[in-house]
Write a protein that binds this ligand. Structure first.
Ligand code: CP
Length: 306
């Protein structure tokens, strides 16, 4: 039962709780009338201190499709945070006006702090370069729906593995499934943080770090491409030097398995060429749509209607 609980990190839910969410998401996808209006009278506060298209809009769409309503802000300049209000006070206020809070914040640990001060469940929609657990639910659901299961996969992560919160959350989550091999492909400046690597070692998860995407392609069941994030760099020259390190194009994808899938949390910049979009292995737009269904399942479960 996840009724009334916050979601700050990917491990906050057990594997069987996540499985129930995936089943519910599939049920909602297959029957658009299922749970319709079940959240009538409920309010979701969406507090976005950083830009977002998919996460914010899919949460809002999820809440509206379930008959609930949303309030909030899409950038901090329109909230009292711009006048110096603390996050704790902002959260206390939002909690007193709503039944659940979805928050994105540039500071690592902000979601944990919010959950401590909130009297209603807090859902982490991304805290700096730390975690993005609802993207992980989206990614896992996509793998499950397209392969039938999550286990027994070789998953390549490519791009900005240092600041990429979606990578950190997904790697931690995949480590809980059996027979997963992870290949981390990045320039040396953007390698996976040590704390994730030591966690994988402790859990005896097989992984390798590499710099070459082309040579890794034939091994992969899932390629998880990521954007080099300009907003996380202190130095523009470093960003410009690294931003186009990896560009997936038809020539590179031709070395991949016929049944592999290409995922990307989006937004993309240059790292996947638009010619890939029509390849049957490109699953990133499907993935974004699954994100809405899994968020519907999450809200219905957290707010206790299932
Ligand atoms: N995947 C993701 O978090 O996208 P947005 O930044 O558009 O929300």
């Amino acid at each position: 039962m996840i009724k009334g609980r916050s979601l700050v990190e990917p491990e906050d839910f057990s594997l069987s709780e996540m499985d129930s969410l995936f089943l519910l998401a599939e049920k909602i996808e297959n029957d658009e009338k299922y749970l319709r209006d079940s959240l009538r009278g409920k309010l979701l506060a969406t507090l976005f201190f950083e830009p977002s298209t998919r996460t914010r809009l899919s949460f809002e769409a999820a809440m509206l499709r379930l008959g609930g309503s949303c309030l909030g802000f899409a950038e901090p300049g329109s909230s009292s945070a711009s006048e110096g209000e603390s996050l704790a006070d902002t959260i206390r206020m939002a909690a007193s006006y709503s039944d659940a809070i979805v928050m994105r914040n540039p500071k690592e640990g902000a979601a944990l702090l919010a959950a401590r001060y909130s009297s209603v469940p807090v859902i982490n929609a991304g805290d700096g370069g730390h975690h993005h657990p609802t993207q992980t639910l989206t990614d896992l659901l996509t793998i499950k729906r397209l392969f039938g299961n999550i286990e027994n996969k070789t998953v390549g992560f490519c791009g900005d593995l240092k600041f990429g919160r979606t990578v950190h959350s997904l790697a931690k989550a995949l480590a809980r499934y059996s027979n997963i091999k992870m290949i981390f492909i990045s320039p040396t400046e953007l390698v996976l943080p040590e704390y994730i690597k030591s966690m994988l070692k402790k859990q005896n998860v097989e992984f390798e770090e590499r710099e070459n995407l082309e040579k890794s392609m034939p091994e992969l069941d899932v390629l998880y491409m990521t954007r080099v994030q300009r907003e996380r760099f202190f130095n523009e020259d470093d960003y410009i030097r690294l931003k186009d390190t990896y560009v997936l194009n038809p020539d590179k994808l031709s070395a991949g398995k016929e049944k592999m899938i290409v995922l990307h949390p989006l937004p993309r910049v240059n790292e996947i060429s638009v010619e890939i979009d029509s390849d049957s292995r490109a699953a990133y737009f499907k993935q974004a749509k699954y994100g809405m269904y899994v968020r519907m399942a999450l809200l219905a479960s957290i707010l206790g209607v299932v």
